[in-house]
Ligand binder design. Structure first.
Ligand SMILES: Cc1cc2nc3c(=O)[nH]c(=O)nc-3n(C[C@H](O)[C@H](O)[C@H](O)COP(=O)(O)OP(=O)(O)OC[C@H]3O[C@@H](n4cnc5c(N)ncnc54)[C@H](O)[C@@H]3O)c2cc1C
Length: 380
């Protein structure tokens, strides 16, 4: 697929790959066991220019095209801790875009350079204990009082909760107006009345920390409002497009790596006097997985072209999210099977990939929610 990428993209790809292979992958086992990774990684990625790929140069970004971002997402997807990949994507593609796209000049000047340099880490706080799929039912309120918003409520399942300095929080500012009365407000870690509690260990994505948030008469400067008041639901719906797409690109690259591992294993492992890769059933299994991955990648690249040309790609992004999650989970299952009993041990990366990738049918909007969006866009 190299025709889509220029020489500049290829140089950038090599730089990200080197960073992932030399500075991340050797530490993955340790970070997965610790349930987190050093916060300094963000600063290092900031130094390397990885945290502001599409952001304006005046704030420290590279103002690069979507294909540069795709290169970054694909190479970061080859980190053997998908938890780390997810945490970084929450910073680069799920929280800071709200600031870059809709933040006031003053708010961008206040936070964007620090997010691009990795000095400040972002989190996105949409989901509440009462539910995540139906965001129109959130209960957290933000009442305007003078030049402040007073927040009350709670959020759960928040990735980066412990690392983050800035929480992009969806709240109700006009409770009578339903989802037309929501606003997105940036809450700084350490604000009085704001507390973060670590959540128990999850099935996968172990190196990614997560927690729940509570707001108890938490006063935030009114200037920390993203964009316009009562436009938060619209911003969240737009923002979710970006986050779903970025993560799909990354996780399909992870699945490709899982397949490469399985091919290597099949070429080494002997059964009944033959290499596993010489058995037709294995060869077909591997070929089928590669076919599915190629189909997923083509859907992603097609969607990238729509985004690049400014088209509304809501239906296609939802298709990517539903389809890529299925493909990645199926590939994980096939690759684990090829590893036999060893696939069920911690010794091989495939067991980690298998449990990590299951999240992708749930996080950032479930598969069922994606099919609802697609069906509506089909007019049914
Ligand atoms: C590891 C992890 C990290 C996360 N990180 C974040 C984060 O950083 N920030 C954040 O805000 N949230 C985060 N989430 C929350 C995630 O986005 C939600 O879990 C997800 O949106 C689903 O919401 P829910 O868990 O409340 O499930 P529910 O909304 O209760 O859904 C339960 C089931 O009902 C199904 N369902 C819902 N609506 C329909 C429908 N219309 N038709 C058919 N079936 C339906 C769902 O598909 C699902 O199967 C994270 C979750 C996990 C597990």
């Amino acid at each position: 697929m190299d025709y889509l990428f220029s020489e500049e993209h290829r140089i950038f790809r090599r730089a990200v790959r080197r960073f992932v292979e030399e500075e991340l992958n050797p530490h993955v086992a340790e970070w997965e066991a610790a349930g987190t990774f050093p916060k300094e990684i963000y600063k290092r990625m900031g130094e390397l220019g990885f945290l502001g790929i599409r952001y304006p140069t005046e704030y420290g970004g590279a103002n690069a095209d979507i294909w540069s971002a795709i290169v970054f997402w694909e190479e970061l997807g080859r980190c053997r801790s998908r938890g780390l990949t997810m945490s970084v994507l929450v910073h680069t593609d799920m929280s800071s875009p709200y600031l870059a796209k809709w933040g006031s000049d003053a708010l961008k000047a206040k936070y964007l350079p620090a997010m691009i340099s990795g000095e400040k880490v972002g989190a996105i706080a949409l989901t509440e204990p009462g539910g995540g799929s139906d965001l129109s039912r959130i209960q957290t309120t933000a009442k305007k009082k003078g030049n402040q918003y007073i927040l009350n409520g709670s959020k759960t399942f928040i990735t980066n909760a412990l690392h983050a300095d800035l929480f992009f929080t969806l709240c109700k500012t006009d409770p009578a107006a339903g989802s037309r009365g929501f606003s997105m407000i940036v809450v700084e870690k350490g604000t009085p009345g704001f507390e973060v509690r670590k959540l128990p260990k999850k099935l996968g994505m172990h190196a990614s920390d997560w927690g729940e948030l509570s707001f108890d008469h938490c006063a935030v400067p009114a200037g920390n409002l993203i964009g316009e008041e009562n436009q938060g639901f619209y911003y969240a719906m737009q923002g979710l497009q970006n986050e779903r797409f970025a993560a799909c690109v990354s996780f399909i690259a992870s699945a490709q790596q899982a397949l490469e591992d399985a091919i290597k294993y099949a070429q080494e492992r002997e059964v009944f006097g033959k290499k596993l890769s010489e058995l037709q059933v294995t060869r077909h299994r591997l070929a089928k997985a590669q076919t599915k991955l190629e189909a997923a990648r083509q859907l992603l690249y097609h969607t990238a072209r729509l985004i690049e040309h400014g088209a509304d790609a809501t239906k296609e992004v939802s298709m990517c999210k539903a389809f890529c999650a299925d493909v990645a989970c199926e590939v994980a299952d096939e690759c684990l099977q090829i590893h036999g009993g060893y696939g069920y041990t911690e010794e091989y990366d495939i067991s980690r990939f298998y449990r990590d990738i299951r999240l992708w049918k749930i996080g950032a909007g479930t598969t069922e929610v994606m099919y609802e969006i697609i069906a509506k866009r089909m007019g049914i």
